[in-house]
Write a protein that binds this ligand. Structure first.
Ligand code: FE2
Ligand code: FE2
Length: 152
């Protein structure tokens, strides 16, 4: 997966209001899979989502897609410490991330939907209903699988 320099620039432009926010930077302190931080994970999901949309000509809204992908795991805790092996994190964190993104940045309904449905089919009533939501849901699974298998 390779993005062109102007595409990287466009992603950075769209994410400029979020990237340097100290609350967003906290994602660097939490581990997602193996040795990968949540911040690295959401960066990978953002780039793959953007790439899929461009190369497969899906026609998703770039802002909704990019911001939704970047904030999809904006739940701001270490799930290894809080989850205690019950697996609740898997079911609840999409909602926590969405609430944080609303409270901190006032994101719109379409971006909220991307975050809320990214764990489908685990959260089986939250079905992705837009192109942006489908892309992030699929990109997250690809990246998570890669991180879990290769980055221990
Ligand atoms: Fe997630
Ligand atoms: Fe994720």
């Amino acid at each position: 997966m390779k993005l062109r320099p102007e595409e990287e620039e466009n992603i950075n432009h769209i994410l400029a209001p979020y990237i340097n926010d100290t609350r967003v930077q906290k994602m660097k302190n939490f581990m997602q899979h193996g040795r990968i931080s949540t911040y690295e994970h959401v960066e990978s999901v953002t780039r793959l989502s953007y790439w899929m949309n461009k190369r497969l000509h899906i026609g998703a809204d770039e802002r909704v897609l990019t911001i939704g992908a970047f904030l999809h795991d904006y739940y701001l805790y270490d799930w290894h410490l809080t989850d205690e092996g019950h697996g609740l994190h898997g079911f609840s964190h999409s909602n926590t991330a969405m609430e944080n993104a609303i409270n901190h940045f006032g994101i719109g309904k379409r971006t909220q939907a991307v975050i809320e449905s990214h764990m489908w089919p685990l959260t089986f009533t939250k079905i992705p209903k837009s192109r942006e939501a489908w892309i992030v849901c699929i990109a997250d699974k690809c990246i998570s699988t890669k991180e879990t298998l290769l980055c221990r």
